[in-house]
Design a protein. Sequence first.
Length: 160
Amino acid sequence: MTIDETYMKAAIKQAQKARALGEVPIGCVIEYRGEIIGRGYNRRMTDKSTLAHAEIIAIRKACRKMGDWRLEDCTLYVTLEPCPMCAGAIVQARIPRVVIGCPNPKAGCAGSVLDLLHEQGFNHQAETLTGVLGEECSLMMKDFFRALREGKRVQKENGL
């Protein structure tokens, strides 16, 4: 297993925590010099907050640990390609490297819909690597949404 796969496994564990809460299973960890300094998982429904994305939570924790808003020597690992808000936070935090599990064709801003992490007009760009444990990350998302649709179908059949 590569170092990137090891940290992506840690992000997947975070995503599983989201799934256990009935949240979309997205997880994130931030690594600095061989140590995880920030962890987060999707909590939008739980916290009733648009801002409760895995990356935002992990960035907040990592900044607290580093005592700085800049995360210049860190790598962020996330199971799903970041949305516009999270991609913007990554740029603002000056994170130099982002490792992504699977693409997000409907909202991804690291190359799918937009590519905010490589926008030359910004004062910071991030190196990206996509597809690390991509099958596992993608399957986790597909299984979640399949179960969600199945639950809605059963409710409809039962008149609920």
